[in-house]
Design a protein around this ligand. Structure first.
Ligand SMILES: [Fe+2]
Length: 383
């Protein structure tokens, strides 16, 4: 009998020119004065222009907040919320990768509920619904546009807070593969590996279900088939569309099944050392699989089959070796750095990182219970 599960997904529009619907949807949500949250990288690509034009065609005023950095910080959320209230905004439009979207979620939480963003850490800690929000992703990886997660760095204590609540699911996500055409190969690689990690961790999560498994496996298939092709042909809209769909499916899966040790450990690296999220996941993923495999062998064997394993399905050792090698090869083919040392972690940081990782909420659903000692072993192997 199937276990009872709650599934939350937002309304979304997927396809070419979806971003042109921004004004229409904002108008339907009653928006008159929008805070448009983005980052400077996105502003410089010109992606904001069609969105602004769409808002203006519905006579909707807008104010831009682009003071958002990778691994968005608590003080950026507070600054954005102060601007939202000062300009008397009534809704939020988030445009960008995971950082602007997570920051926009934080701004919407504080603008509706008051207090400080640090008050809302944890699961279901947001009492009042947030202001109307539209999310427009411009990378194919983070899926913050469809998830119940907002990850914000607590800069006082140097760790990433997970805010998990259906309140942070936007009113609508406008998912347009054309926005991906501005991504270079390294961003395409890092965000693609973030999506692959979402899919694999959701699939083997202790909170997975038939519904999330279906989306997770489809995402793995799409990424296996399209990520390298995409990196070798960045302007190909078919590969971009497939990667955007993979990101969406992985997002639906992890938003409802949660994640695991790779994300717990990547969050610690991002919170303490401000390292890039997607690359941290990519580097850690094969090492975590080595430790987790035996706790979810059937599922990991299914993933190995998608990666091309054709040996005896009962030969777990060969399947595990094949899968780990496949991910190392994929990382190498798409230019991911070799270890967390090369990414910027110091060997003396590993003890503190391990202690922080075991307290990350993503660790709860990892198929294997890991203590700080085993996590530190994984960090060392990933170094
Ligand atoms: Fe992620």
């Amino acid at each position: 009998m199937a276990t009872l599960r709650r599934i939350v997904i937002p309304e979304f529009m997927f396809g070419l020119d979806a971003i042109d619907q921004c004004g229409n949807y904002a108008s339907n949500l009653g928006a008159k004065n929008v805070l448009l949250v983005t980052d400077r990288g996105v502003s410089e690509t010109g992606l904001i222009e069609p969105i602004v034009n769409s808002l203006m065609s519905y006579d909707i005023n807008f104010n831009i907040f682009d003071n958002v950095t990778p691994n968005p910080k608590d003080y950026e959320v507070m600054e954005g919320s102060e601007l939202f209230l000062r300009k008397k905004c009534d809704s939020v439009v988030a445009v960008g990768g995971g950082s602007p979207i997570d920051c926009a979620k934080g701004i919407a939480i504080v603008s509706s509920n008051g207090g400080h963003i640090r008050d809302y850490e944890g699961v279901d800690m947001i009492p009042e619904p947030i202001v109307p929000m539209i999310c427009i992703p411009t990378t194919s990886g983070t899926s913050a546009d469809v998830s119940q997660f907002a990850i914000i760095t607590n800069t006082e204590e140097k760790y990433k807070m997970a805010i998990i609540s259906k309140m942070v699911v936007p009113d609508i996500a406008l998912i347009d593969p054309q926005t991906l055409l501005t991504m270079d190969s390294s961003l395409t690689a890092a965000t693609g590996m973030d999506a692959l990690t979402h899919a694999i961790e959701a699939y083997v999560s202790k909170a997975s279900s038939d519904y999330t498994d279906m989306h997770a496996l489809d995402a793995v298939r799409l990424i296996k088939k399209n990520l390298e092709l995409c990196i070798n042909d960045l302007g190909n809209i078919e590969y971009r569309t497939n990667m955007m769909r993979a990101s969406l499916e992985a997002g639906v899966a992890f938003s409802n099944a949660s994640l695991g040790a790779v994300h717990a450990m990547a969050h610690s690296l991002g919170g303490l050392l401000d390292l890039p999220h997607g690359e941290c996941n990519a580097v850690l993923l094969p090492h975590v699989i080595r430790h987790n495999f035996i706790n979810s062998p059937d599922k990991y064997m299914n993933i190995a089959k998608i990666f091309g394993f054709s040996g005896d399905i009962l030969d777990l050792e060969s399947g595990k070796k094949f899968l780990i090698e496949s991910i190392f090869n994929l990382n190498s083919n798409i230019g991911i750095k070799k270890g967390i040392g090369e990414l910027g972690a110091g060997i003396n940081d590993l003890k503190q990182l391990s202690e922080k990782s075991v307290n990350d909420p993503c660790m709860i659903t990892n198929p294997k219970e890991l203590d700080a000692y085993e996590v530190s072993k994984i960090y060392k192997e990933s170094y």
